[in-house]
Design a protein around this ligand. Structure first.
Ligand code: F6R
Length: 604
């Protein structure tokens, strides 16, 4: 969480710092700030809340620096306020930080005992003090920075400015992402290539533990031991054009509409439409005896859908666990297992830690990631890409369906490799899977049908989502989408669980959204709907035309295109996203930047 940027420029950089922060705002938006060296002195501007508040401040109070750093914050230590906004300043040093300094309390106590005064409640301020102290002891800036880094434990990406240094920015990363960008006589550091997109596509990825000094001559990179190292420069695809909203009201709306393309591009990495064959580049599932999926939030629900298919199609024992739990118990995994992380960002701290845990025990690791330059992508043995493009809306949509599409493809490949299906069946399933982008597009076309239902749901205080089979993880996903962007309390349940407790919640004020395509489980779910209706509950049924024809009396139907059960999780994801989106719009909520959240969760 938090986005950081640093620029050593040839011309004033305030506007460019803000432009970069706009691209990084998805990472946190509790406050924003910039600092620059002006006539040898550090100036800073900070504002609570969204970036637009900082922009307004800069109109009244511009900053004329050619070297500077910037930050958009997701608060960890210290409430969102100007005082706690970054850059944090101590003496001659300004710092922006993404992550958590775990030993900040003893460091702060020691610094206070030395007579230093603290202005904020942040953990970051200790970093500024530590560097300033080392400078005071006579070290030159890069050596002072290294001496301070050696005292820190925890996760961080940092950008640092030093008073009097009008052509130097220093950066470091441990556990949080940081890249270096190379321009024409100008240099940049930033959280990701997206943030540097408007300035350069020439990117150097730092290794974990690296620190760097940038100036007009280029970048000097050092490893955690202080040894000067060279890290490869890569030309990244020009992602900048892809992060505009176009004519959509919100990124989430755009990203829902991006899904046919995102799914199509993702499938092109796995399915050959000419031969109707499916591959799993880098992994032979015949040699895997157990699949352990680790992920957080929406990505874990994609994993749950994947489990149904890996077990039913490929007969591969599959576990899915939330990464934050997995990493702190001692899972009984042995070599022979494949650990598969699922992550849009490839940076989620818990998922990354779970992967590292597996790697340290000799287990082969793979990651299904959207960000090909991410830490996970670089650390695992095998990368399975999704090609959803940058996802900016905090609520995941196209990344989720792309993950599900890739998992379906991998399960088909695994089934073939494990001898569970023959070439004919592989071709049949591949052909079905390739229909998904078209059917997702059809599901989006029916957007308007959701309007009146969204109005009803917007009035509710609580909403229940029910599903069976692969629709159960979709019920969990539907509930998560609704609660995160509309702040309505929602829970997802397996439809068969209803009678074991949740049915007590049913009353006329609690809409029940049932996700039930007309498949082999439809009649069972239909009985559950009848049980709800008999108790005065209001049911919204998301189904296809055949399901609608067999629905119990009194349900409100949202129609989805008819499709094979193989791809139903992809097609039926669309109406649940549209319901959440339209409810949030009706409630006037901040759809793309819901309160308290951030897109990439790089702290535990
Ligand atoms: C919800 C959502 C989150 C993420 C989760 C994992 O809409 O987006 O639940 O799925 O934080 O993030 P990644 O996929 O980046 O690891």
């Amino acid at each position: 969480m938090c986005g950081i940027i640093g620029i050593v420029g040839l011309a004033p950089i305030s506007a460019r710092l803000v432009e970069s922060l706009r691209r990084l705002e998805y990472r946190g938006y509790d406050s924003a700030g910039i600092a620059g060296v002006v006539d040898g002195r550090i100036e800073r501007r900070r504002a609570e809340g969204k970036l637009r508040n900082l922009e307004a401040l800069l109109v009244d109070n511009p900053m004329n620096a050619t070297v500077g750093i910037g930050h958009t914050r997701w608060a960890t230590h210290g409430a969102p306020s100007v005082r706690n906004a970054h850059p944090q300043l101590a003496g001659k040093v300004a710092v922006v930080h993404n992550g958590i300094i775990e030993n900040f309390a003893p460091l702060k106590a020691a610094l206070i005992a030395e007579g230093r005064h603290f202005e904020s409640d942040t953990d970051t301020e200790v970093v500024a003090h530590l560097i300033d102290r080392e400078l005071g002891l006579g070290l030159e800036p890069v050596a002072a920075f290294k001496a301070a880094l050696d005292q820190l434990t925890g996760a961080y990406a940092l950008a640092v400015l030093v008073q009097g240094e009008d052509a130097l920015v220093m950066g470091a990363r441990r556990g949080s992402p940081l890249v270096v960008g190379e321009g024409q006589g100008e240099m940049f550091i930033g959280t990701d290539a997206l943030g540097l997109g408007p300035f350069t596509n020439r990117i150097i990825h730092l290794d974990d533990g690296d620190y760097v000094a940038i100036d007009h001559a280029g970048a000097r990179v050092f490893d955690r031991d202080g040894i000067r190292v060279e890290r490869p420069l890569r030309i990244v695809p020009a992602a900048s054009a892809l992060v505009e909203k176009g004519n959509y009201r919100h990124f989430m709306e755009k990203e829902i509409h991006d899904q046919p393309d995102a799914c199509r591009h993702t499938l092109s990495a796995y399915v050959d439409p000419i031969t109707s064959t499916v591959s799993s580049p880098g992994v032979d599932f015949a040699a895997v005896d157990r699949l352990q999926i680790v992920a957080c939030g929406t990505a874990s629900y994609a994993g749950m859908i994947g489990r149904y298919l890996f077990e039913s199609l490929a007969g591969l024992p599959t576990e899915v666990e939330i990464a934050s739990e997995f990493r702190y118990r001692e899972p009984a995994l042995r070599p022979g297992a494949l650990a598969l992380a699922i992550s849009q960002s490839g940076e989620t701290a818990d998922t990354l830690a779970a992967l590292r845990w597996c790697k340290a025990r000799g287990i082969t690791t793979a990651a299904l990631v959207n960000s090909s330059e991410s830490t996970m992508a670089r650390e695992v043995d095998v990368v399975f890409p999704t090609h959803a493009g940058p996802e900016i809306g905090v609520a995941s949509t196209k990344a989720f369906t792309s993950q599900v599409a890739a998992l379906i493809a991998l399960a088909i490949a695994a089934a073939r490799q494990r001898g569970r299906i023959d070439a004919g069946e592989e071709a049949r399933l591949a052909t079905l899977l390739l229909e998904a982008p078209r059917l997702i597009a059809e599901a989006i076309v029916d957007e308007t049908l959701i309007g009146s239902i969204a109005q009803e749901i917007a009035k509710a205080r609580d909403v229940l989502y029910l599903g069976r089979g692969a629709m159960y993880p979709l019920a969990l996903e539907g509930a998560l989408k609704l609660k995160e962007i509309s702040y309505i309390h929602a829970e997802g349940y397996a439809a068969g669980e209803l009678k074991h407790g949740p049915i007590a919640l049913v009353d006329e004020a609690t809409p029940i959204i049932v996700i039930a395509p007309s498949d082999a489980l439809f009649d069972k779910t239909s009985s559950n709907m009848s049980e709800v209706i008999a108790r005065g509950g209001r049911v919204v049924l998301i189904t296809d035309a055949v399901g609608a024809g067999h629905a119990p009396e009194g349900v409100n139907v949202v129609l989805a295109p008819a499709c094979d059960p193989l791809i139903a999780p992809l097609v039926f994801a669309v109406p649940i996203q549209l319901i959440a989106y339209q409810v949030a719009v009706l409630k006037g909520a901040d759809v793309d930047q819901p309160r308290n959240l951030a897109k990439s969760v790089t702290v535990e």
